[in-house]
Design a binder for this molecule. Sequence first.
Ligand code: CMC
Length: 389
Amino acid sequence: TGVITIDPGYKNSGSCKSEITFLDGELGILRYRGYSIEDLAEKAGFLEVSYLLIFGELPTAQQLEQFENDIKKHTLVNEEMKNIIDGFPKTAHPMGVLSALTSALTAFNPKAVNVENEKEMYEAICKTMAKFLVIATWTYRKSMGYPLNYYDNTKGYVENFMQLMFQLPTGPYKANPIIVDALDKLFILHADHEQNCSTSTVRMVGSSHAGLFASISAGVSALWGPLHGGANQAVLEMLEEINKDGGDTDKFLAKAKDKNDPFRLMGFGHRVYKNFDPRAKIIKKAANEVLETLGVDDPILEIAKKLEAAALEDEYFKSRNLYPNVDFYSGIIYRALGIPTDMFTVMFAIGRLPGWIAQWKEMRENKEPIGRPRQIYTGHPLREFKSNK
Ligand code: CMC
């Protein structure tokens, strides 16, 4: 009832109250549950941050161990899920497969979770954290035609990601601790970002009381787009193209500024950050460190730095407050770690999972009403029916 105002893209509309993530776009501040992203990336682990986001407080050592063990209880994925994976062509994009597999988990876990029951909620959360990681890596194994791996309960969550991805039946696998540390940090930086497109999607789908897997599957689809999480793949493809083209960054800057050219500088700009993206700062530093420690000399990193410096000096980008975002340097690290380009957005999804869970949980606990925006109708007035046949 009342006057309907339209706010395309919800640029100035809040959809909920939330205690999870604080973001100040002018000052470039990001905090989870009151803790700065800089502190968390430096001092905490991914499961610790997941616990913080989902349950509101940092876990004690005992709570964290319990959480990790409870996740391990759910790491076996139903063997019949493999039949579903087999139905996909090898060339399928891993994000499409991940969304479908997450949705398929609803079929193997059909019982609706009673959100009022703390134990049931906790179990659903642990189950989601466990199975999502495994199926995320299976999308890659499928694309390579490799046998699917199982979670190794003697190892940590992030270490398992590497092992699930890369262990071959032909020999043992030992994850490089430098890589595990770098990934841990990247997952933390992606873990939540208040009401972004995929999180809003998870909340919207969940607001109809759809289950956690179904809501997260929708979140994966939303994240896939190149304006959102898909940007990390698009950035690397763009940098590779510039490299192949001889490294002329000015040419691509000019294309990005040309309003008749649909090309955008991928990894630049943000709906909320109008000064800088604090995650991008941390990731740029990490990219330098990781490449140096691993002894990787990647010309793509130099191109990225050159492009960033030129854009930051450019009037078009300056006047529109366009700065590198979280996706600009993350792909360079993933590439150095041996992660294939079409898996980059899956990496984002693994990192974002605890945020989606936390937001879904909060939405249900706050008993939010079903999401149902209005519109202003601009079509025909009433017409008399006369067949066109
Ligand atoms: N390259 C060139 N021009 C740009 C770019 C860019 N990357 N981003 C924004 N602009 C221009 C845009 O054309 C517009 O110009 P004008 O005012 O002359 O029409 C102005 O800047 C404002 O842009 P907008 O599209 O109205 O801003 P938005 O808040 O709707 O979009 C965005 C934000 C992130 C979708 C956009 O900046 C973009 O498309 N960036 C490239 C894709 C990308 O890196 N996405 C990752 C976002 S961060 C992580 C995540 O969410 O996954």
